[in-house]
Design a protein around this ligand. Structure first.
Ligand code: NAP
Length: 554
């Protein structure tokens, strides 16, 4: 493969960010990357290191992906900062100083911008540009990528770094556009601060985004009405400044820390790993004490109290009942506490991590409305109507989540070999091999795609594992003088079966989660991520070592 000028005979990939009114790009490249979140930045950096010509198209006006869009009050990561960061550069991980145990959205966005600057990536980032279509030309083994700004770029490889939670889910309530006041979606929050002081606010949804923002909005607004369809489990974050001694100890052997984390099922949490014991093998008092310790530690390691919480319904119920007791202790009004108590399997929807969520319902200006029992019928000019009553407010917040994992990919008209459209191929759910390749779509790679551990892990670890694998694969093809690689149908079929079989051995498929696509009306119900990072990463390495077993290349 030849390294080509990016955009024409006498221009290397632009060294300056393209101006907003830049002329459309027309040219031939090695690689087009879609998305400038953490995945796109890492992929671009790897491509540059390999001497590949590349461009990144990004819908937003800046880098950061999830952390660019999700600017709602209280947005922060639920994986600890020292883990939720890149490991590809030792100097970067040593020099960057996180201020808190769990980083806020502004700090994560600063970090993404720092990485873009430090590694000189800006010249190949084209912001404010939505990719509309990608078509594979079999005769030339090239993708043609077209955008809403008229760009038409041909490239040998196409990497979809489009994120797993990047298409918002906005329920199609009757009268949705009739509301007279401002409306917000947590996943598309304005860039300027929103001031709720003195306002009556309504919020729909009680997932992670709502659970983080509700305490902050409640403290500011005149009143907050929370419309809850399904109660969710949340554990306290116990966030705070990073302990300098802890940080120093990690940084003294960052590589060792990263290696230990990569051996954890979710690729994080080695400093407080899962206990290798059944919840049913200890006495009630011991179990209570273990849950209590984890609760006081804070965060997602709560689910590591025992090794069978996601495998055995009876074990799971012990953890669920522990959290329900905590809700009873924290919420003064027993009727409100009862409504806040989740009934589903704990952990089958992603566990939330909060600061002051349940206590917020003790505030006199907060009202909880059960729209599971009496669903929302319509949005009205002054608020909303359920089958029970009318509610009035000045501002409306949708915390209604995302069309996860496939939403953004399926918005792009991707056409592979023989005119096959990805929308058609995935009509009954996503099908991939390793969550990296798709039969019928040569030279296209997905980063943290469906069928890979992605959203069940520390995303940064999964992203870097995929970027490494894709970079190595392209390098291998180049050295072999090959132009094309494509997953076989047989390998893909086996992989889809494997992902389902692993999920079916657990309690994950037991509730209506976005992992299953069950939050979006009409979406096919398929468990999309693969459970377990270490075995997956080892398998990907074996596939590569065996000359890309399960792929055809030529
Ligand atoms: P979510 O977990 O999907 O929650 C969406 C909420 O909206 C749910 O309570 C859902 O109710 C409700 N909803 C949706 N449609 C509705 C309708 N038609 N009527 C009434 N209620 C409706 O979305 P999210 O809170 O944005 O979180 C998504 C994911 O993003 C998380 O699971 C997590 O992976 C990630 N995230 C992470 C962090 C973090 O790192 N701390 C923060 C925010 C988000 P049902 O449950 O009944 O469907």
């Amino acid at each position: 493969m030849q390294q080509r000028d990016a955009m024409g005979p006498d221009s290397t990939p632009a060294q300056q960010p393209p101006a907003a009114d830049a002329a459309p790009l027309v040219g031939d490249l090695d690689l087009v990357i879609v998305g400038a979140g953490f995945a796109g930045l890492a992929m671009l950096n790897r491509a540059r290191g390999m001497g590949l010509s590349a461009i990144v198209f990004e819908r937003g006006d800046g880098v950061g992906g999830t952390w660019y869009w999700n600017r709602y009050p209280g947005a922060r990561c639920d994986v600890e900062s020292l883990e939720y960061s890149y490991q590809f550069d030792e100097v970067l991980q040593q020099e960057w100083q996180w201020s808190e145990r769990y980083a806020t959205q502004p700090e994560l966005l600063r970090y993404a911008n720092h990485v873009a600057d430090r590694f000189g990536l800006r010249g190949q980032l084209r912001f404010g540009t939505t990719v509309l279509a990608a078509d594979y030309d079999e005769s030339a083994d090239r993708w043609t990528v077209t955008t809403d700004r008229g760009d038409r770029v041909r490239a040998r490889f196409l990497v979809m770094a489009t994120g797993c939670l990047s298409s918002t889910n906005l329920p199609d309530f009757p009268g949705r556009d009739s509301f007279a006041g401002p409306t917000y979606h947590t996943g598309q929050w304005p860039h300027e601060p929103v001031d709720f002081t003195g306002k009556r606010v309504g919020i729909i949804g009680t997932g992670s985004s709502a659970i983080q923002s509700i305490p902050i909005i409640a403290a500011q607004a005149r009143s907050l009405t929370v419309f809850q369809r399904t109660a969710n489990y949340t554990v306290p974050a116990y966030n705070g400044p990073i302990d300098p001694d802890y940080e120093a100890a990690i940084k003294a052997d960052y590589a060792g820390f990263r290696a230990r984390n990569s051996q954890m099922m979710p690729a994080y949490g080695s400093s407080y790993p899962r206990r290798d014991e059944s919840a049913l093998s200890v006495t009630d008092a011991e179990r209570e004490q273990i849950f209590e310790e984890r609760w006081r530690h804070g965060g997602l390691p709560f689910m590591g109290a025992f090794n069978d919480l996601m495998l055995d319904d009876r074990a799971n119920r012990t953890a669920a009942e522990f959290v329900r007791r905590k809700i009873r202790e924290q919420v003064r009004d027993p009727a409100v506490a009862d409504l806040l108590m989740p009934r589903q399997t704990i952990g089958c929807k992603r566990l939330c991590v909060d600061t002051g969520y349940y206590e917020t319902f003790n505030r006199p200006n907060v009202t909880l409305v059960d729209v599971g029992r009496a669903p929302i019928e319509a949005i009205t000019p002054t608020g909303l109507r359920t089958t029970d009553a009318d509610y009035e407010f000045d501002c409306l917040v949708y915390a209604t989540g995302f069309d996860a994992m496939t939403g953004t990919l399926l918005k792009i008209a991707i056409t592979g070999r023989q005119g096959q459209r990805l929308q058609d191929k995935w009509h009954a759910g996503p099908r991939t091999y390793l969550g990296l390749g798709i039969a019928g779509f040569p030279n296209l790679f997905t980063i943290s795609g469906p069928g890979s551990p992605s959203v069940l892990t520390n995303m940064l670890v999964s992203i870097e594992q995929h970027v490494g694998w894709i970079g190595d694969c392209i390098d291998w093809l180049r050295r072999q003088g090959k132009q094309r690689i494509e997953a076989t149908e047989a390998a893909e079929d086996r992989w889809v079966e494997h992902v389902n079989a692993v999920a079916d051995r657990t309690l994950y498929p037991s509730c209506n989660s976005w992992y299953l696509g069950a939050n979006v009306p009409g979406k096919t119900r398929v468990f999309m991520p693969l459970i377990g990072f270490p075995a997956y990463a080892a398998h990907c390495a074996e596939v590569a070592a065996a000359g890309y077993d399960g792929f055809v290349h030529g």
